[in-house]
Ligand binder design. Sequence first.
Ligand code: SD4
Length: 361
Amino acid sequence: MVYPASMLSECAMSKPQAPSLDRRQLITAGAGAAALAAGARAEARTAQAAAQPVKLSTPCVVSTWDFGVAANAAAWAVLAKGGAALDAVEAGARVPEADLKNHSVGRAGYPDRDGHVTLDASIMDQKGDCGAVAGLEHIAHPISVARRVMERTPHVLLVGDGALQFALEQGFPREELLTPESRKAWKAWLKEKKYKPVANSEVRTYDRDLGMPGGKKNHDTLGMLALDARADLSGACTTSGMAWKMRGRVGDSPIIGAGLYVDNDVGAATSTGVGEEVIRNVGSFLVVELMRQGRSPRDACREAVQRILRRNVTRDPDFQVGFLAVNKAGEAGAWAVQKGFSYACCDATSQTRILQSESFS
Ligand code: SD4
């Protein structure tokens, strides 16, 4: 992946503190014209999108990827009746978890390199309470187990066998999550045993006739953020993680502050893509803190992606990370490392809107 020179120099120049002027402000102020000369094409796209902020009415719900539309529908059924954001995000996250065509969330998720399907999920409410599970096997709905961790234990995160034991004690059914189709894919992978996350690759595993990233059938980790009629925020994140990962590997999705963060005073954020990159930068917490400093959701996501790129400890030069955020006013925004990241928006006006995230390439 080659990033636009303008973006890289901007990364290098960025001040870690202080809400620096963003591109639009620089343009408005008439300053930095020389700096803007390079990479004009990418910036034109940025400016155009920035001129059209995504403003949703309250209540509303947003989700990562096109398949977030189906998840949003379940969340909307809760929100439209005046239900709580927390109930909405749990209901929404359960949709892809149950979808057998979805190989990166819940049941039928692709396994690790040893053939174990291990699920990660987190949930966070308007009080700042949260729960999560990591490396959970044999339970199709990790998001609901995460909620039980939040509500029925003194802990935030349960992992592996302990998480499974807790889930079984709570009455969740034990089942085989590795479907024949996922097993076949794993067996095919074993021939080469090459671990290389490909940007938006999960998109191509959804259905054999699937189409491109951003297309109708694309999907990935589900990150969902809801604002209910009382203006309370909650979020959920659920995934089977990176396909063919090492046994025991945990990504960003169950790590509060990385894959998900909610601050009811400010807003909420979630992420998708290569979790290692997000964890190193505590990405979702960073997005929320940037919104606290006055950034729009879109600009906060953009800065968080820049932060990841600026660190330059990336193991894979062709990785994808996308952030999605919403603030207390119902403004939504996203940014990704590279194109292909979409998100689904739902409010009283439209329940099926899909938007393409801006990106640096
Ligand atoms: C992870 N962020 O486990 C998740 C997986 C994901 O595209 O989003 N894949 O790192």
